[in-house]
Design a protein around this ligand. Structure first.
Ligand code: MRU
Length: 363
């Protein structure tokens, strides 16, 4: 997608042909800066500190992390150690482990001297595949938006509510939840997006609003608690969110607060869709409550960062001194609250049957 007229991906190979460039998301929306990853540990740190985040993008970054590890040591032991280390950087998004296993499959049977080149080819393939998969999610989701638009007065916008950032910045390009929105906007359908700010890290306010704005999609940031009110007043036509892991049962783990949006949508008869690539399905887990939920630092709740009028970015405390804070980063929305799953292969019910009908091959 474009920022100031320039097309970007979130991750790409540097001109040197081996190190990796990323958009440093910890600096957005105040600054668009890139960071260079030159070692496997650079990739691990980028994932852990959320310079890169979003389920598909942490998988892509980990894939390049394996390439960087193999450049230094292409033995089985080094490869296994790198994969294990990268996998433990974030626990909830299954794309991380999926991408690492795809890397292992592509490399493990090759002689040592062929491994580095094969790893780079595989990492590039995973990135290209993510772009195409997300583009297809958009095409599948577009028809839902077209159906809603057809019932509106000409020019009246379709109001989508989304949570966190499941945009192109969370993937390699296009995004999952945002892909249908971009496709509809690019087709000339009037769109308006309610962007939950997504406390505590505010990925909605700082990333989703940033990327929608950069692409020219009308949007409004709202506090997380506003969603139910907007739904009660007919201001939301459809909710579309992303996900970090979908159990084989159709239960959905996504950014904390997603469950409450699903409850409010159900109570107000508003369709609640989850957009995902196949790499987000965890076929080994048959119950969403078995998905590990990341517990993050209490500092993210107790402090907030922002830009001062002089341009400097500062972090300030917002709570009474001495108070502790809990910070579960994800929650689980039971399948019964999900209207449908928008995948690159089509839209299916959030159920074991719905998923297996679309993915009989369990990719
Ligand atoms: O903690 P984050 O910022 O990595 O969480 C990201 C989300 O919750 C996204 O909505 C999810 O990964 C879907 S990504 C297309």
């Amino acid at each position: 997608m474009k920022i100031n007229g320039t097309a970007y991906r979130t991750i790409w190979l540097s001109d040197d042909g081996w190190s990796v460039e990323i958009i440093d998301q910890t600096k957005l929306p105040h600054e668009l800066v890139t960071a260079r990853l030159a070692t496997m540990e650079d990739a691990a740190v980028a994932i852990r500190t959320m310079q890169v985040r979003g389920a598909p993008l942490i998988g892509a970054t980990a894939a390049y992390g394996v390439c960087l590890a193999l450049r230094e040591d292409a033995t089985d032991e080094a490869m296994d150690a790198a994969i294990a280390h990268l996998a433990e950087q974030r626990p909830t998004a299954v794309n991380l482990r999926w991408a690492l296993e795809e890397m292992r499959k592509a490399i493990r049977n090759l002689p040592r001297e062929e491994r580095v080149a094969a790893a780079y080819r595989q990492a590039a393939r995973l990135c290209d595949e993510d772009v195409e998969t997300c583009r297809m999610i958009g095409i599948q989701g577009l028809r839902l938006i077209e159906e809603i638009a057809a019932k509106k007065e000409p020019g009246e916008p379709v109001n989508v509510l989304t949570h966190c950032n499941a945009g192109w910045i969370a993937c390699v390009d296009w995004g999952t939840a945002t892909s249908p929105i971009y496709q509809a906007h690019d087709k000339g359908i009037a769109m308006h997006v309610w962007v939950d700010e997504t406390r505590p890290r505010n990925q909605g306010a700082s990333l989703t609003a940033y990327e929608l704005g950069a692409h020219g999609v009308p949007h409004t940031i709202v506090v997380d608690n506003a969603g139910g009110h907007l739904m009660q007043h007919g201001k939301v036509d459809v909710v579309i969110v992303g996900t970090d892991r979908v159990a084989a049962s159709g239960d959905v783990a996504n950014k904390i607060g997603t469950y409450l949006k699903a409850l409010a949508a159900k109570d107000n008869d508003i369709p609640f869709y989850v957009a995902l690539p196949h790499s987000t399905i965890d076929w080994r887990i048959d119950d969403g409550f078995k998905i590990p939920i990341e517990e993050r630092s209490s500092d993210e709740v107790l402090k907030i960062s922002g830009r001062l009028p002089n341009g400097s970015v500062v972090t300030v405390e917002i709570a009474a001194p001495g108070s502790g804070a809990g910070n579960p980063a994800f929650d689980v929305t039971p399948a019964r609250l999900v209207t449908g799953l928008i995948t690159e292969r089509g839209i299916c019910p959030a159920s074991a049957e719905g998923l297996i009908n679309l993915y009989p091959d369990r990719v």
